[in-house]
Design a binder for this molecule. Structure first.
Ligand code: PLP
Length: 389
């Protein structure tokens, strides 16, 4: 069987693979501490579930417009105005099957062979693979622990070519949890304003998960030029603990949204109808649940950060967003894959090798899990690294 050539250089998602392995080990009775999942451990808040149940009972079980129901597009527009001071009309918004699908639709809509997509390293696993699926060329920019794993304006300037079509910005970041400050966002915008052929996709899916007073500024809000060329990608998975609902969105240039809608119309059509009704309630009702979960994440971050950085040979910048830590394991002189495989086999702790995100001297730990697991797992990691010295 000859698979399509376009798949020849696509890698499977290592994060999903390790998470599946950890889940299978757990199911077979092994006492696993898993820090692999990029998924809150909370149940979806009851009022959101109730809204979806009501929609089902009311017979909201049929196809909707491919780009989503008007109530949800309006709720998203209201949110973008309320939280980000950005004005969008309904034709500038498409509701997608999670944030992942909004990014995929975008890349399919605007990328051609030969187009370059600038992706800061470390990156969320799917960006380069999506660019390649769209036949474009990912161009990687390696960031350092010293710069907080953030691309600098100088690096961005030096990487833009006439072929650059898209710059991928993700703040707060998966895998590092780092947040670009408003000043840093403006400095990147200054560079991008000088290159009007470059579009920006701003993946803001962790925007609500911020700590220590960190501010989120959408690059689309910096100037009219940035507004015109930025596509905001987001979703409900992380802030509302709705990973399995598969609701996300893309907002921006109406011509691009129309193209994304056409692609969606010929592939998935609308996302699940009653999930859309749940999402309307998520945005329009009280946001207290978001704050409750954020406070729980903040406590877990502090506990895990203190335990990890107390270990000999581990260094880690303190993140101010999302729910990940991205410590360096450079001092152990082994590949991240080897480190993670040994840790899983010898100590039954699942973490993701940094190589999945493009940096082989780091590992990613998710603290979207309970404090007991965090303490137990970190104790095991401590014993593991002590043996490595
Ligand atoms: N973007 C980032 C940075 C992510 O970490 C994720 C999920 O892990 C997504 C997008 C996609 O989220 P979903 O498709 O579940 O909405």
């Amino acid at each position: 069987m000859q698979l399509a050539k376009r798949l020849s250089n696509i890698l499977p998602s290592l994060t999903l693979a390790i998470d599946a392995k950890a889940k299978a080990m757990k199911a077979s009775g092994i006492d696993i501490c898993s820090f692999s999942a990029g998924e809150p451990d909370f149940d979806t808040p009851d009022h959101i579930k109730a809204a979806a149940k009501t929609a089902l009972d009311q017979g909201k079980t049929r196809y909707t417009a491919a780009a989503g129901i008007p109530e949800l597009k309006q709720a998203i527009a209201d949110k973008l105005l309320r939280d980000n001071q950005l004005t969008y009309k309904p034709e500038q918004i498409i509701v997608t099957n999670g944030g992942k699908h909004s990014l995929y639709n975008l890349m399919m809509a605007i990328l051609d062979p030969g187009d370059e997509v600038i992706i800061p390293v470390p990156f969320w696993v799917s960006y380069p693979e999506m660019a390649k699926l769209a036949a474009a060329t990912p161009v990687f920019v390696i960031t350092t622990e010293e710069s907080g794993y953030k691309i600098t304006p100088e690096q961005l300037e030096a990487t833009i070519t006439p072929q650059t079509k898209l710059f991928v910005l993700n703040s707060p970041s998966n895998p590092t949890g780092m947040v670009y400050s408003p000043t840093e966002i403006k400095a990147l915008a200054d560079v991008l304003e000088r290159h009007p052929h470059v579009y920006i996709v701003s993946d803001e899916i962790y925007e609500k998960i911020l700590y220590d007073g960190a501010d989120h500024l959408s690059i689309a809000a910096v100037s009219p030029a940035m507004y015109d060329r930025t596509l905001i990608s987001s979703g409900f998975a992380k802030a509302y603990s709705m990973t399995g609902w598969r609701v996300g969105y893309l907002a921006g240039d109406p011509t691009i949204i129309k193209a994304a809608t056409m692609i969606q119309g010929h592939s998935t059509s609308n996302i699940c109808t009653f999930a859309q009704h749940g999402a309307v309630t998520a945005l329009n009702d009280s946001q207290e649940c978001v704050e409750t979960m954020r406070l729980a994440f903040a406590e877990r971050r502090d506990v895990m950060y203190d335990l990890l950085t107390a270990m000999d040979g581990i260094t880690c910048p303190k993140p101010d967003g999302a729910f990940y830590l991205f410590p360096s394991i450079k001092s152990f002189n082994m590949s991240s894959l080897e480190f993670c495989e040994k840790l899983l086999e010898e100590m039954q702790v699942a973490v993701i090798p940094g190589i999945a995100f493009g940096l082989d001297n780091c590992i990613r730990l998710s603290y979207a899990t309970d404090l007991d697991t965090i303490r137990k797992g970190c104790d095991r990691i401590h014993r593991f690294v002590d043996k490595l010295h």
